[in-house]
Design a protein around this ligand. Sequence first.
Ligand SMILES: [Zn+2]
Ligand SMILES: [Zn+2]
Length: 561
Amino acid sequence: MTLSLPAHDPAGPALEVVPLGGLSEFGLNMMLISWGETSILVDAGVLFPDPELPGVDLIVPDLEHLEATGRRIAALVLTHGHEDHIGAVPYVWPLLDGPVLATALTLALVEPKLEEHGLEAGDRLVTVTPRERITVGPFTVEFIRVTHSMPDCVAVAIGTPEGVIVHTGDYKVDQTPPDGQRFDLHRFAELGSEGVLALFADSTNVDRPGVSGSEFEVVDAFEEIFTSTRGKVVVAMFASSLFRMQIVADLAERFGRRVALIGRGMVENSEIAQRLGLLKIRPGQLLRDSDLRACPAQDVVCLATGSQGEPQAALSRIAIDDHRHVKLEPGDTVVFSARAIPGNEKTIGRVMNHIAARGADVVYEGIRHVHVSGHGSGEELKLMLSLVRPKVFVPIHGEYRQLARHAQVAVQVCPDARVLLARNGDVLRFRAGTGEIAGRVAAGRILIDGTRTGEIAGEVLRDRRHVAADGLLVPVLAINRQTGAIEGVPDVIPRGFVVDDRSESVLAEAGALLTEIVEGASVEERTDLGLIRERVRVELQRVVKRRSGRRPLVVPVVMEV
Ligand SMILES: [Zn+2]
Ligand SMILES: [Zn+2]
């Protein structure tokens, strides 16, 4: 079914909320809020695929429902700058008829994404500050400061003709936030006493008892590591973990080490945050990666991307001794300062093995307290519920079991609240002070391929329709797990790949091309299933594109024998 429009609804317009992503999954956060003809969207996130999922770089919510109903978005409201909340902004852009409302850092992180897609933002990126209110048609959007693992995060309270709805965004209650910007508990309490129709709240850590703790809790473990490491320290983290970056950089200063930023995302994000004054690293303390080799190891800390074992990220290259500037030696320590996203454990484990093989120490969350979650635990979720005391509660941001548990917690804290356990695509209709799940619309995912090969704008969208146009190539090869040698004759199976003069010759030579690609890799890389699969995918795609002009989806099958 589609969203009901006022003309068809005898009871007049109702408030409708449709989660289009983020429920029963981590990522793709996106929620549509409509009253009558006006719709706004809260967040537009992506999901990073499991590194084992071949052929896919990025997953974005399917906007088929919006496209089908012809609905235009009067405003896009963003809670914070994490990819699972802003990564899909360029894909939503064509449906947007109004401003993007977000804090300064969030917008600064969105800007390069729009540029990369050749989109002109003009004056449509509107910077907001906490407690500011902006009117969009029948809605009043208010921003409320929350604390998380990066600066400048907000929740939103949206005034609607049916009452106020609160969307927490991602949060934990950090009583000593590194940037001094305190969680605005007072405002949540005020809203609660004025009356809130519905609360949509982060469920990520509902399974954890107690509180998650301040970002500063990692300091002790890092002090120990800095004291005991003879060589260099490499800290792998998300490029968006700006608080972690600041804390490690400050410690480095105290211990007389200089900081090198390794990986494109790390460099770009730190530049953005420094420009806004949200990350402070003394210019003399920063070390260019090309100067690393000239600097004694004990004087260096490298902050690197690749904490999830992503094959293309800096840490994976460093681990197999294939990085231009960073070489691991015995006496070095590599710290994984991030949570292992479920599903990535195997890939991360392989990267750790490579690092250990270089003689460096590996430190991760299970050994030392080198990571603190940015999401609130059980008691923090209860605090939010008891402050806001909503009439209707909808758990969001989590897998289904976490949403279900959060629903149980809500019943304990707010026995009178109505709890709606929703799925992506459910239409939640609010009227006369209550809400119900009133129907369903299409919601799904679009798989995107190509961002890592350097292809940009127009060309990046690789969904099912594109597969239909350019087809699919499945390279199949067997690799000796000890020697890394190719066993037998590699082959490429085409499906729906249009064969013309140009593409025919590529197919004819496909076996030889595969051999060449594999032989161009080091033995260590060849014997790592994840790395070699990624190399085959990227390289084959590049050759096929150059020689045939086509961009088929490449899904390698690599067997270890
Ligand atoms: Zn976040
Ligand atoms: Zn999130």
